[in-house]
Design a protein around this ligand. Structure first.
Ligand SMILES: *Cc1c(COP(=O)(O)O)cnc(C)c1O
Length: 458
């Protein structure tokens, strides 16, 4: 390494010079100072490593880039052009306009979150959703907690700790992100008793597994995989009869919390909450932000007496949701109760988009790439632990840039807002189904910019 003279270190601009060049009002002072210091520290290190002394404007440019990074929130909106409707990585379900308005209305100021306006006394935050949950699902009562994993943990701990819970071997699965049914059961203090085999579990397997120690039968909806071929599982009604007869609880972890007939959208049939409750499950549990299309939360509905036991448990306090979630869930459930979910809830609106419109939008994007762009028939996927492997037909813009799909996808992600696309067979695939039409122009601009960046160096 070349010896470093103090000479060239002295050639570095000072913090004050950089600050002056940045301009006094362009940035909050604290950000400008931090950005200038960090930029100069970097340049000093580069100089020590044998680089040449930077001009003032290099230091300023670097400080400005730093300041941008410092001012940008870590969590920010992205455009989802993957065609996967529910991706945990991308925040799952977008919310309806009504939900956004409701959240803002209660977030801005005070609310009657736990205040009975009529009596002028303390109220319960769980009261706000009870009636809507009943009307939307047909259940006697309902409770909302932080997410479905929390709901499951709470239900098992409150109702089955120290006792046995029967799960089909085909359902003792990992849901995702290291969330495993056997681990959750263990954590809750309940003992897992497996019934049947991985591919086939009969009603008699459940019946034989019931002992005086049994608290519940737990059914887990296989939401991220499918067992196909030589398979068997009793239907929920049969399990409910058995549970009633033998005086154990039937807990149904539905995962996605679908309230409508998915076949109307050209998808396979997803079990609904109403079916589960109608068939006699003691409790059904589901997420708020999967097919329900609402905020992150876990919803438990079922027999009033059992829900009340949960509500009185200290875990209900530990896992409670905030006023913003309650407002968003209220607005989301109202759409179902009013029958307007198809146009109002983004998940269903996106699933209902017609092919001609999608093709027109995809063609516009593809045309930006000239010869390298094409419109191709593809599948949009539901994802997010709902309807595994299920999708609906769509049209995508498929772009094969000279510099490679990976380079272009990276450039799309680096944009503002970032655009997330899929790569398939060397093509960048952009599916308009999961993109709000209001974002089409931004996607077009991102494609143009990424194509410039992803063209091979001359
Ligand atoms: C997604 C899912 C969960 C976890 O729900 P979160 O809301 O993500 O906590 C639990 N069970 C099933 C069957 C699921 O599909």
């Amino acid at each position: 390494m070349p010896a470093m003279g103090t000479e060239s270190l002295r050639d570095l601009p000072g913090v004050d010079a950089v600050l002056r060049a940045l301009g006094p009002d362009a940035l909050p002072h604290a950000i400008a100072v931090e950005a200038a210091r960090e930029a100069l520290r970097e340049l000093r290190e580069e100089l020590r490593a044998g680089g040449s002394p930077p001009a003032l404007q290099d230091a300023v440019a670097r400080a400005r880039a730093r300041a941008n990074g410092l001012q940008r929130p870590s969590l920010r909106p992205v455009i989802n052009a993957t065609g996967v409707l529910l991706q945990t990585n991308l925040g799952r379900a977008p919310l309806s306009e009504r939900a956004l308005a409701a959240m803002q209305a209660v977030a801005r100021g005070y609310s009657n979150l736990e205040f009975d306006l009529e009596a002028g006394t303390r109220g319960s935050r769980q009261e706000h959703l009870r009636d809507l949950l009943r009307r939307a699902t047909g259940a006697e009562d309902g409770l909302v907690v932080n997410n479905n994993a929390a709901a499951l943990l709470m239900v098992l701990q409150v109702l089955a700790a120290g006792r046995e819970v029967i799960v089909s071997r085909g359902q003792a699965v990992e849901i995702g992100g290291g969330f495993r049914i056997p681990d959750v059961l263990h954590q809750s203090g309940a003992r897992l008793v497996e019934a049947g085999t991985t591919n086939r579990t009969y009603l008699r397997d459940y019946a034989e597994a019931i002992t005086p120690e049994t608290a519940a039968i737990l059914r887990v909806h296989p939401s991220n995989f499918r067992v196909v071929g030589f398979t068997a599982e009793p239907v929920i009604g049969e399990l409910a009869s058995l549970a009633r007869e033998r005086n154990v609880l039937l807990l149904d972890d539905l995962g996605s919390g679908c309230l409508v007939d998915t076949r109307a959208y050209g998808l396979a049939r997803e079990p609904t909450v109403q079916e589960s409750i109608g068939a006699g499950a003691t409790l059904a549990m589901f997420s708020g932000d999967k097919l329900l299309g609402g905020p992150q939360c876990g919803i438990v509905v079922g027999i009033a007496e059992t829900v009340e036991r949960l509500r009185r448990h200290p875990l209900a306090r530990a896992l409670r949701v905030d006023r913003i979630t309650i407002a968003a869930l209220d607005a989301t459930l109202r759409a179902y109760v009013e029958g307007s979910e198809a146009c109002e809830i983004p998940v269903w609106e996106m699933l209902g988009r017609g092919l001609p419109g999608l093709k027109r939008r995809a063609r516009r994007w593809a045309s930006l790439a000239g010869e390298a762009g094409a419109v191709v028939r593809e599948r949009s996927m539901v994802g997010g632990g709902s309807l595994p492997g299920e999708g609906v037909d769509t049209w995508c813009a498929a772009i094969r840039p000279p510099a490679g799909a990976g380079t272009m996808a990276m450039a799309l992600r680096a944009g503002d807002p970032p655009v997330v696309a899929r790569i398939e067979d060397g093509a960048v695939m952009l599916d308009p189904r999961t993109v709000a039409p209001a974002d089409d122009r931004r996607v077009a601009a991102a494609i143009k910019a990424a194509l410039v960046q992803a063209s091979p160096a001359p």
